[in-house]
Ligand binder design. Sequence first.
Ligand SMILES: Cc1cc2nc3c(=O)[nH]c(=O)nc-3n(C[C@H](O)[C@H](O)[C@H](O)COP(=O)(O)OP(=O)(O)OC[C@H]3O[C@@H](n4cnc5c(N)ncnc54)[C@H](O)[C@@H]3O)c2cc1C
Length: 417
Amino acid sequence: VSERVLVVGAGVAGLTAAVRLARAGRQVIVLARGVGATHLAPATIDVLGFAPEPVADPRDAYEAFARAQPGHPYARVPLAELEAALEWLRELTDGGYVGELVRNRLTPSALGALRPSALVPATMADGDLADGGRVLVVGFAPLKDLHAALAAANLELAGEGRIAARAVVLHTSPLPDADVGTLRYARALDDDPAFRTRLGDELGEHVAPGERVGLPALLGLRNAPAVLEELRQRLGAPVFEIPTLPPSLPGMRLYEALTSALRGAGGRLVVGNPVVGAETGGGRVRALLVETAGRERRFACERVVLASGGVAAGGVELDSRGALRETVLGLPLANAPEPEDLRFSPRFLDEQPLDRVGVAVDEALRPLDADGRLVYANVHVAGALLAGARPWRERSGEGISLGSGYRAASVAIEEAA
Ligand SMILES: Cc1cc2nc3c(=O)[nH]c(=O)nc-3n(C[C@H](O)[C@H](O)[C@H](O)COP(=O)(O)OP(=O)(O)OC[C@H]3O[C@@H](n4cnc5c(N)ncnc54)[C@H](O)[C@@H]3O)c2cc1C
């Protein structure tokens, strides 16, 4: 009988590990309280954008960056594994991601900043403005989740003279006289050819020669590649998506790609209840306990991949007295500030006291205590729960989650062999 692995967390880290382990023949069950950051974040794979100076070539910068910070998650993910992880994601999504580690693409954020990413969803590929360009940013009057004029103005600032951007606001809507969210637009574009035609026609009146067209990320949920291609043909111009406020359609597409790969490989996904504890013995986790309505359910296991995210996802909790707790196994947390040092900096992108909090791990991503001793031999930690990163400043969040999720599966497979 193959090894039974429980993966806690349904974000990029947990699902990456889960798909690889299921494909390697393990019995995999993913246990998650809810969906992860995929449904909120832009779904670009940002490996390293600032170190702290802007990074143009993350591959070149990676090893020196990891060496200089032995407590950083990247110090536990060899470069070759990270490259393999990126390649793996390109294949898994069947061309749904483009890019490479040797060059950061600079694509617009919802606010018109340029985000450095190693991989971007293929729907964002034409938004790479590293070499400048002319952009038409398209907003929709009924959609409040992308402010086209603001994004265009900020893009010009970010481009330092190399980007010419202007905005247009269309009234095209799948639902007259109402505010409409991205999901509603996406469904109409997926299912209604007449709506696609109408959008293309109305947009076509505004596009000037030489411009590329940036739309809010709403070009379909199931059929995004086809919707994008149809618009490109109709407009005769490059078209790309710009991430919006949540929900993130590109992230939902990524979640769909990962979870359907998991199901295809025979893995199970149980979303909706938190893991609240474990049975342990002999330095190993024997079972995880899940809180369900009315009772606790027990899942026996031979191995655990813990990818329950950071404070934002509930993997780490902060109580009213300032005490921090890892919520699944009660693992020791490294870099935890003293309660009196828990003052948050008013500037969001400053280093915050909780940024680097997380679980310290050994080479095999197994949890360590404050003295560097192994806590559980059959647990591997991945993703935003790992200690030592400052993902917002580094622009490294998804790179850490993808790379360490991939790595966790590699070490689990090697060990079992
Ligand atoms: C709004 C937003 C924007 C972002 N923008 C960027 C960006 O531009 N670039 C970038 O690189 N990164 C960005 N990030 C960060 C990046 O998305 C995350 O670092 C990364 O996706 C984390 O993935 P993960 O799999 O480690 O954890 P998560 O995606 O957080 O998943 C954690 C999972 O664990 C589950 N869980 C937690 N506790 C328990 C429990 N006790 N029992 C069971 N399940 C549990 C959660 O329900 C969830 O399924 C952004 C994040 C957010 C929220």
